[in-house]
Design a binder for this molecule. Structure first.
Ligand code: GDP
Ligand code: MG
Length: 602
């Protein structure tokens, strides 16, 4: 059948192990883009289309592409590559992409070896019974250690290293062997076109000319123009307008059949109307049950966005609406705070998602904004027994009314070379972590599993982990419910006035230290004024930390920011931008950079 010549696969890897480079190499090798266009792209990744993705080297939106490849057996196969996002903030999206495939290429950097995200992605792939081909990438590097990686593939991943394919995605070594292995080993999809329709939405994107493009994998039945469809989890109904496949550009076709990956247009107005992971079926001839594993994606980090100048509220509203069209995970509602005017309360999947959103508003819409201190969502119970969720420190009730405060917990997995175990354990302990497991993966590497409060991971955890381990430790996490905690609301005062946007809920035991850190960071961020500025951190009216920005002297023309010269130039430029954009808070001009800086210690 037609399905015998289809292979659906994804590439899973830890960040930077070469997933995007390999995807581009496949695209070139199978002639989806000409060699000339490939070279013209000048090393820019073809599938990672968003600017921010390229600059940060991460894949945020997943993409798919259909490739034709004539194998050594003389047959021409359709290879559907379903790209997966590469960051812990986006695990659910990864799982939906994985669910759409029969096989996965598990990419391991030949000089770095197996890391936390390699493992967590492997587990996801195994859960969905994917056939997994281990791939050792970057064998061109002098530091490549193929034997060691093979050992890790056996020991840590439990896979047969004899089946591993060694490649260099960058130099194009071993690519054909890999394509042949893929065709030979990954099972063809089942030929179930005669059954009622069952298709998975694994992604969607917004096209200004065509509207919402739904990315689908058909498991059973077929999708055709004019068909009335039902989305089983949201119960929404649509009529299919177009079906097609991804060839970098969209290419219309007659129908999508069982086993195929492609897109449909169905007159969906906004991405927010769709849920990744939902099952599409035929309205008149539905399948009996949706695909398993559907989840509403829940934001875990909350912050308010305000325009720097309040007359830009309308522009911000428009920007938010446009972003939402493209980003189903972004949720927001109108919000206002006395000193800051009108803005939006927003929910994000994680801090990265928050920062990417901030950057997109600034770059794509050229709007100066500020974000208030991010917060997790607490579960509060008052003395009368009422329970509610709270994510806005400004709305924290009078403590005497509260019976119980619970905070979200995570299960953190860290993989590190043994020499950093001591300092990383100390870091986790400092972050109120409770050790659950410590596993020696081999003589050189350890896997640590900790229960930790999500709030602690937000505050400077990832950066500390990277610097303590000189970049070698990797980190991944899963949510794991709520646990009782003891938080206090900490206010930041500038010249005696509370700045709502900087208020935070912090663990009582860390409050003083956190207050000191924040005051110190603010002192660095706030430029000198004509007058002295007192910065204070206070809990329930009691000042726990203070700093002073002295007044501008005549001979001082600019504040020296003491920037860390080793940081990337780009980052510095971005910070400069942030410092140029100011928000008047009372009589003090706060640079935009101050609002996020309070989250990061030096
Ligand atoms: P991703 O985060 O997994 O998508 O990784 P990328 O494809 O963006 O690659 C991360 C970095 O590794 C980039 O600088 C690539 O140029 C580099 N890279 C990828 N594959 C190879 C390879 O085979 N050899 C070498 N030397 N570098 C590679
Ligand atoms: Mg990438």
């Amino acid at each position: 059948s037609k399905q015998d010549f289809i292979r659906n696969f994804c590439i899973i890897a830890h960040i930077d192990h070469g997933k995007s480079t390999l995807a581009d190499r496949f695209i070139q090798k199978t002639g989806v883009v000409s060699d000339r266009d490939f070279n013209a792209a000048g090393g820019k990744q073809i599938l990672d289309s968003m600017d921010i993705e390229r600059e940060r080297g991460i894949t945020i939106k997943s993409q798919a592409v259909a490739m034709q490849y004539t194998a050594k057996d003389g047959n021409t196969y359709t290879l559907n590559l379903v790209d997966t996002p590469g960051h812990v903030d986006f695990t659910y999206e990864v799982s939906r992409a994985i669910q759409s495939c029969e096989g996965a290429l598990l990419l391991v950097d030949a000089s770095q070896g197996v890391e936390a995200q390699t493992l967590s992605n492997l587990y996801l792939a195994m859960e969905h019974d994917l056939h997994i081909i281990p791939v050792i990438n970057k064998i061109d590097l002098p530091s490549a250690d193929i034997d060691r990686i093979k050992q890790e593939i056996e020991d840590d991943l439990g896979l047969d290293s004899d089946l591993a394919v060694a490649i260099s995605a960058k130099n194009g070594i071993g690519i054909e062997d890999l394509l042949e292995a893929l065709i030979e080993q990954i099972p063809a999809p089942k030929a179930l076109s005669e059954k009622p329709l069952k298709a998975n939405i694994f992604d969607s994107h917004y096209d200004p000319y065509r509207g919402v493009i739904i990315h689908v994998r058909v498991f059973e039945g077929r999708l055709t123009k004019g068909q009335n469809i039902l989305l089983m989890n949201t119960q929404a109904q649509y009529k299919v307008e177009t079906t097609g496949i991804f060839r970098i550009k969209l290419e219309e076709n007659e129908a999508l059949e069982a086993g195929e990956v492609g897109y449909i247009l169905a007159g969906v107005k906004s991405i927010g109307d769709l849920r990744v992971g939902d099952t599409i079926t035929d309205l008149d001839n539905p399948c009996d049950a949706p695909l398993p594993g559907f989840k509403e994606v829940k934001p875990v980090v909350f912050s308010s966005i305000y325009p720097l100048s309040s007359d830009q509220y309308d522009e911000l509203t428009e920007a938010m609406e446009k972003l939402r069209l493209n980003d189903a995970a972004l949720v927001y509602e109108k919000d206002s705070a006395a000193a800051l005017g009108v803005g939006f309360r927003c929910g994000f999947l994680g801090l990265l998602h928050l920062e990417v959103t901030q950057e997109r508003i600034e770059r794509e819409f050229n709007l100066g904004i500020l974000l208030t201190s991010p917060s997790v969502r607490y579960r509060l119970t008052d003395k009368k027994g009422h329970t509610w969720m709270l994510d806005n420190p400004a709305k924290y009730p009078e403590p005497s009314q509260l019976e119980l405060c619970e905070e979200p917990m995570i299960k953190a997995t860290i993989i590190t070379p043994t020499e950093y175990v001591g300092s990383l354990m100390a870091l986790c302990m400092k972050k109120r972590g409770i050790q659950e497991q410590m596993i020696y993966l081999d003589t050189k590497r350890v896997e640590l599993i900790f229960q930790m409060p999500l709030a602690e991971v937000l505050f400077d955890f990832y950066d500390s982990l990277k610097s303590l381990s000189r970049g070698y430790a990797s980190f991944d996490y899963q949510e794991s419910g709520f646990a009782p905690t003891d938080v206090v609301k900490m206010d930041i005062l500038l010249n005696g006035e509370v700045v709502d946007a900087l208020s935070q809920l912090v663990f009582r035991g860390n409050a003083r230290e956190r207050g000191l850190q924040i005051c110190e960071r603010l002192k660095e961020e706030i430029p000198k004024h004509q007058f002295k500025i007192a910065i204070q951190a206070a809990i329930g009216g009691t000042v726990v930390a203070r700093e002073t920005v002295s007044a501008l002297r005549k001979d001082v023309t600019a504040k020296c920011y003491g920037g860390d010269i080793t940081r990337k130039k780009k980052l510095l430029e971005r910070q400069k931008e942030g410092k140029k954009r100011l928000k008047m808070v009372g009589n003090v001009e706060l640079p935009q950079s101050a609002f996020l800086a309070v989250l990061k210690s030096k």
